[in-house]
Design a protein around this ligand. Structure first.
Ligand code: ASP
Length: 360
């Protein structure tokens, strides 16, 4: 794929018919001020602000859904958009917006993150999360923590209040306690439908994305991936990404997925894009999926849409990496792309875009 032509002609980077208004078209002010200065003004003072969220991707089919459940998912996505977008509308930062949105999704039992996290092989909950600031490239991540109400808040505390990027297990819990993070008992994380999912495969060596047995196929038909994430571009043109997950049902040996790995499931860089992914984590790690979108934009001058399409619909498909991702760039363009049957997703922008969807 060649993307450079796009950059030379200054085409529109976003998806879903997102257009840059004529007043923000860099070719006009460039005649007066020179392109680079104009571009700086556009990015820093006139950014369209945008927030996108996801609640996981997978074999999500309308025929498997009741109207009540569908409504509950859509309400959950809307609540997450409301929380983050209110921050952006008030001139708040993209990092605060993505954190607020992800916290809403972590607190919602329907999604596989925070409260609704899946069961591990040992019948417990081990959660992963990450957050990244595209302005500074600061990042925080946490893996395999239990009893933390909001792992994304812990990831943000690691980013802001420690010298480290990535903490795990008991050490991360010690840090959480020191930081005064909210803890919850095991019962808080119990949900009957996640327990029933786990019961289907807990005596096998399978984890929930392996299609090799009938039982796992039944499980997959039932409940897909449910990782949550958010990406945002704020009024200053700074972008951020956050992702949180309970991982995969029946995971063992301290398995960690792509979500907390900077560059795989989560990445943000003002020069290119902010990405939050969901899907079969092992493949997203091998593909270094989120950073690959950024690299295609930086080095091959692809648009956000082109780069995400290449990674999700080609590179991941080539290695059977089922799932999807949401992305924004520093102009507020966005894309929501998946190669599975569905992805719980929503996007809202200051240009009037306001969409929530589940299926293809
Ligand atoms: N990517 C997550 C993981 O592999 C799963 C998901 O997206 O639901 O842990």
């Amino acid at each position: 794929m060649r993307c450079r032509d796009f950059a030379i002609s200054f085409g529109v980077a976003g998806s879903a018919n997102h257009k840059i208004p004529q007043s923000q078209n860099p070719t006009i002010p460039s005649q007066l001020f020179g392109y680079f200065w104009a571009k700086k003004i556009i990015n820093k003072a006139m950014s369209t602000f945008t927030l996108a969220v996801h609640g996981g991707a997978g074999t999500i089919l309308k025929e498997d859904m009741t109207p009540e459940l569908e409504k509950a998912y859509l309400d959950g996505l809307r609540t997450a958009l409301d929380a983050g977008f209110a921050i952006l509308a008030k001139g708040g930062s993209s990092i605060d917006a993505v954190k607020a949105s992800v916290i809403m999704l972590e607190d919602n039992l329907l999604f596989n993150a925070g409260r609704g996290s899946v069961f591990t092989k040992k019948g417990i909950h081990e959660m992963d999360a990450a957050i990244m600031d595209g302005e500074t490239l600061n990042a925080g991540a946490v893996a395999a923590v239990s009893n933390i109400r909001n792992p994304v808040a812990l990831a943000a505390a690691i980013m802001q209040n420690s010298d480290h990027v990535f903490l795990s297990g008991d050490g991360a819990s010690d840090f959480a306690i020191k930081q005064g993070m909210r803890l919850e008992p095991d019962e808080y994380f119990f949900s009957q439908f996640r327990y029933d999912q786990w019961k289907l495969i807990r005596d096998s060596d399978n984890f929930a994305l392996d299609h090799s047995t009938d039982r796992v196929e039944a499980l997959m038909k039932d409940k897909k991936f449910g990782t949550v994430g958010a990406v945002a571009c704020d009024q200053k043109g700074n972008i951020a990404a956050a992702t949180s997950t309970g991982g995969m049902t029946n995971k063992k040996y301290g398995r960690i997925g792509d979500s907390p790995i900077i560059g795989s499931g989560t990445y943000a860089n003002n020069k290119t894009c902010a990405i939050s992914a969901t899907g079969h984590g092992e493949m997203f790690i091998r593909a270094v999926a989120a950073y690959d979108v950024s690299a295609l934009m930086e080095y091959r001058k692809c648009s956000l849409q082109q780069a995400m399409d290449e990674v999700v619909n080609k590179k991941l498909v080539d290695i059977q990496g089922e799932g999807g991702m949401i992305g924004v760039d520093a102009r507020g363009n966005f894309a929501l792309i998946f190669n599975s049957a569905g992805m719980y997703r929503g996007v809202r922008s200051s240009d009037g875009t306001d969409e929530i969807a589940i299926y293809k």
